[in-house]
Design a protein around this ligand. Structure first.
Ligand code: A2P
Length: 289
């Protein structure tokens, strides 16, 4: 096990969230999820990020039940995130969130996010999208009030979606989770989050693995005797941005955890940030009304 656990950040409701969590997108089947969670707990991960659309909430819940005792841990030692699927946006949000709770077999979820600003089955430009996500947010607020969702937030929102939410919510979002890496520095969203005290969290910090072959990333990795993945993850956490690298490979899961025992120089941080070109490897929410 790692000598020390990854540090945490305080969310705007006081809850502590680890700066590193295991992303589980594309982890499928009970065995793959079990072995990834086992490797992650052994390495020192204490946060796990799932979603209704990943179809692995039940596998994650079961793996945690089986594995926490092996590491002398209990439910309160881990931070579990899941997300409301776009098919449940609006009128089905309560059903969707309760389904996540029952799939994970948990009494509460630490952080629950609206996964996407749009609604499955509606065109992105459909003017019902804003009303649907407002209804989802009101549902998340209600479940937060009941203690079933300890923190609530959103994912894949643009600055416009964030401003709309901030101007109408009763409880402000604790987290915005979006794609973030040196080719997509998200300056606009980061300043909205800073102004509103929303924690900006990264997914796809490795650019779906493609950034690992970037010549500058490789050069920086060689100069500090780390791997390209560690450099990309360090670049984010050194800015205080929590990361969620996904891997199904135990060695890579462990490698991705060793990012808190070295520092990138200011010059290397700036060189990496200069790769910013607004490139998205994942879905693009900019057209969602
Ligand atoms: P694998 O599961 O085989 O390790 P992102 O988080 O940006 O979406 O990137 C995830 C991708 O990067 C996955 O394909 C994952 O593959 C790969 N990956 C994760 N960690 C590492 C690592 N340390 N070295 C190389 N590839 C990695």
């Amino acid at each position: 096990m790692s000598a020390s656990l990854p540090p945490s950040v305080a969310l705007n409701n006081g809850l502590q969230m680890p700066l590193l969590g295991l992303g589980t997108y594309k982890l499928s089947g009970p065995e793959e999820v079990h072995s990834a969670v086992d490797a992650a707990l052994a390495a020192g991960y204490r946060a796990f990020d799932s979603a209704a659309v990943y179809r692995n909430e039940a596998h994650l819940g079961r793996a945690l039940k089986q594995l926490l005792p092996k590491y002398g841990l209990t439910r309160k030692d881990v931070f579990i995130t899941s997300k409301l699927g776009p098919k449940d946006q609006g009128g089905k949000a309560m059903e969707g969130a309760l389904h996540s709770l029952s799939q994970l077999d948990l009494d509460y979820i630490d952080l629950y996010l609206i996964h996407w600003p749009g609604t499955q089955g509606l065109p992105v430009s459909d003017q019902r999208n804003p009303g649907n996500r407002a209804q989802s947010w009101a549902t998340l607020e209600e479940l937060h009030g009941q203690g079933k969702l300890k923190a609530i937030g959103v994912s894949n929102y643009t600055p416009a979606h964030m401003r709309e939410l901030m101007s109408s919510c009763r409880i402000p979002p604790a987290v915005l989770q979006v794609e973030f890496h040196p080719r997509l520095c998200q300056a606009g969203l980061r300043s909205v989050c800073e102004e509103s005290r929303v924690c900006f969290q990264s997914y796809s910090s490795l650019g779906k693995g493609e950034l690992l072959a970037d010549p500058l990333v490789i050069e920086v990795a060689e100069s500090c005797k780390r791997t390209p993945a560690q450099v990309l993850l360090r670049w984010a956490v050194q800015q205080g941005v929590p990361v969620l690298p996904k891997s199904s490979n135990p060695e890579r899961i462990e490698e991705n955890c060793r990012i808190f025992d070295f520092e990138l120089s200011k010059a290397d941080m700036e060189r990496l940030s200069s790769l910013d070109c607004g490139h998205k490897y994942c879905w693009d929410p900019s057209e969602v009304a």
